[in-house]
Design a binder for this molecule. Structure first.
Ligand SMILES: [Zn+2]
Length: 263
């Protein structure tokens, strides 16, 4: 059992591995990536604060939150998470990384949750992401976003004011290890967004792309290991069947798994 202060330097921790469907077995998809003393939370969906309690992680260990897109299983827990930080007497700045088209909505969401800067003892900074622009978080820890097609299905609503269709996949680099995280995708082509890079570790969602397509991408990308996430209860056996094809390299993730990235 790990204690509240025991986030080690370079690791990837699956906080939630479920899909958009609420489940008692899996929290919504979320990953905590730690490198060079920087702790980055990827997504903060509904129930993220309880997921932190389950993982026995202090809210105030988080330096930054990266939002992939605005489906509620990926962002709807954000105001509550900030409330937990406030109640736990946070003083360190919190950085929110998000695509530039999401900033207005998210800052208003925080404001309309009565989380005024004058009432908080810490600053909330926004860092706006652009495609292909690499963000360096600390020595040996960086990431690059690229837009995917997950939200293309809403294009017919493009005339609605202020609506963003931004959803990103990411390549993280920690101590030289390249991690491709699909995030939520629109189809198999999104799995190749970083095919120009060597991929050591691939983390793919399994809800919006077939297991066969993921397997093929894993082979073509020649990634070292594949973790499956965003798993609906009905898809558990399918994920297990895919892993059975190569148990040493394909692993269905579950909440609480920690991968050591010390290099
Ligand atoms: Zn999702």
């Amino acid at each position: 059992m790990t204690g509240k202060n025991s986030i080690i330097k370079s690791e990837l921790r699956f906080i939630g591995t479920g899909s958009g469907r609420a489940s008692l077995k899996r929290h919504h998809s979320s990953i905590l990536l730690s490198g060079g003393n920087y702790n980055l939370l990827i997504d903060a969906g509904d129930g993220i604060s309880r997921a932190f309690l389950s993982a026995d992680i202090s809210y105030n260990k988080i330096d930054g939150i990266l939002l992939t897109h605005l489906h509620p299983d990926h962002y709807a827990g954000l105001p509550s998470l900030i409330v937990q930080m406030k109640m736990n007497k946070r003083v360190n700045d919190l950085t929110i990384f998000l695509h530039k088209s999401l900033r207005d909505f998210v800052s208003r969401l925080i404001y309309h949750s009565y989380l005024f800067s004058a009432k908080l003892k810490f600053n909330i900074n926004f860092i706006l992401l652009e495609d292909n622009r690499t963000m360096t978080l600390s020595k040996g820890f960086s990431f690059t976003p690229r837009q995917n097609t997950h939200l293309e299905e809403y294009r017919e609503f493009a005339n609605r004011e202020g609506l963003s269709f931004s959803c990103s996949s990411f390549l993280f680099n920690i101590n030289g290890t390249n991690i491709f995280y699909s995030g939520d995708v629109g189809g198999k082509d999104d799995l190749y967004l970083f095919k120009d890079s060597k991929i050591d570790l691939m983390i793919s969602e399994i809800t919006h792309v077939s297991l066969e397509e993921i397997f093929e991408a894993f082979r073509i990308l020649n990634a070292g290991k594949l973790y499956l996430t965003h798993i609906t209860e009905g898809d558990e056996s399918k994920a297990a069947a895919l892993a059975n094809r190569s148990p040493s390299t394909i692993i269905p993730a579950f909440d609480g798994i920690i991968l050591n990235l010390q290099g």
